[in-house]
Design a protein around this ligand. Structure first.
Ligand code: C5P
Length: 318
């Protein structure tokens, strides 16, 4: 706990915090390199990953309230729990407990990032809740302090606070920025019907590895880091890799047709995003990304295809 709250601090907090609504925008993530190591005794896998934040955003608005409430609109929100199970509520409570303030806020989420898609949408919303409540309550923690709370909420949550392109180690929660000169990469995001649960994808990978049916694990991300420095999409395309792809393809064999269609449409490379089932394609430039997205939709191999640039910043007040 960094500071204690006393009832008579309320007026002071109201002055320090935001009186009006606080709106936070948070991106989705893809993994340019997702190396999955062995299963650890704590049930997580050791990861060696390069995270990349893309311009596909959710928006969370926080207003002052007498209790903690959450409402939602947009992509798939009917399926989401609005109670204490929800990662947004858990994030707000975790911050309140950490700084010793009452968890009072009215939160509203506008979702565009699809659910259980391999794009870390739920983790993104948790990161947004931390940033929004930190501003609303005037608790003003640093990103690094918020990242410590974020790590307990989920392995991807710390990255969504920082955004950009970053190396993730441990179970993914230990994040350090990759010092690539700012470059805009053009992606096409092909969203599938339905989701894949992250633990199910990891378990499938373990099963395939035990059966000798998975390719050798990816090694460290040196090739990918060098490719990012070269800023040439053709070189980057050759260095993308995801150990979980074989698991996603095993669970959803139809994704093979999506990957094939994207490459036939002119993508430099295609891969499953994280644990899937979203597929992402690297395009040479913006016009090429638009063409690939249109062809993927016309081919009927995905629910929807969108273009998105990266890298973009993490959760930010707008
Ligand atoms: O960290 P998070 O709660 O998002 O992880 C969800 C699940 O995904 C974990 O319970 C675990 O089964 C799996 N996972 C894993 N190794 C990781 C990250 C997640 O096995 N590094």
């Amino acid at each position: 706990m960094t500071e204690a709250w006393r009832p008579d601090d309320d007026d002071e907090r109201a002055r320090r915090g935001a009186s009006g609504p606080v709106k936070v925008r948070v991106p989705a993530k893809i993994n340019l390199h997702l190396g999955v190591g062995p299963l650890r005794p704590d049930g997580y896998h050791e990861l060696n990953t390069i995270y990349h934040a893309i311009a596909l955003h959710d928006e969370l608005t926080a207003r002052r309230g007498d209790t903690l409430t959450l409402t939602m609109e947009g992509e798939g929100t009917g399926e989401l729990a609005l109670d204490e199970e929800n990662l947004v509520i858990r994030a707000a409570r975790a911050l309140a407990e950490h700084v010793g303030v009452p968890a009072h806020a009215r939160l509203h989420l506008r979702k565009q990032i699809p659910l259980a898609a391999g794009l870390a949408g739920g983790s993104a919303d948790a990161a947004a809740a931390l940033v929004a409540c930190d501003t609303l309550w005037g608790t003003n923690l640093s990103r690094d302090q918020l990242a410590l709370i974020a790590a307990d909420l989920g392995s991807d949550v710390p990255f969504l606070l920082y955004g950009g392109t970053a190396l993730g180690t441990g179970r993914g929660e230990a994040v350090s920025p990759v010092l690539a000169r700012p470059t805009t990469w053009h992606w096409v995001v092909a969203v599938a019907d339905g989701g894949i649960s992250t633990p199910v994808a990891f378990r499938e990978l373990d099963r395939l590895r035990a059966d000798g049916a998975a390719p050798p694990p990816l090694t460290a991300a040196e090739g990918l880091l060098a490719a990012l420095r070269q800023r040439d999409p053709a070189v980057l395309a050759e260095n993308l890799g995801n150990d979980l792809q074989v698991a996603a393809l095993s669970l959803r064999p139809a994704l093979a047709a999506t990957l094939k269609a994207g490459e036939a449409a002119g993508a430099l490379a295609g891969m499953v995003s994280g644990s899937g089932p979203t597929c992402v394609f690297l395009a040479a430039d913006g016009p090429s990304a638009n063409r690939i997205a249109a062809e993927l939709e016309a081919a009927g191999v995905c629910r929807a295809a969108r273009t998105a640039t990266g890298a973009v910043p993490g959760a930010r007040v707008i």
